[in-house]
Write a protein that binds this ligand. Sequence first.
Ligand code: ZN
Length: 94
Amino acid sequence: MDMDEQLWSEARKICRICLRIDPRSFDIFNSYYVERNTLYCDMLAYCTKYILHPKDGLPPYMCRNCIEHLEDMYEFHLDCEESEKNFLWLLSVR
Ligand SMILES: [Zn+2]
């Protein structure tokens, strides 16, 4: 591996969101949020409306802290959808 490749390999470990390097980072294209059996990249795309691709040239990692934010945000989105669905159902049966 030459110097450029080594630098690029290190740079790719940077968190895609906060730009920190965390040894507990997750590869978002290969790691799942176990509670929902959902890939982190799909959760990020769902919550942000970004179009993500493993070959988009951006770092594929997110640090533990940002992953925790993503899990909370994803759960919040699901809660919003669920409550809206429930209210719409209640309105439909009145
Ligand atoms: Zn981060």
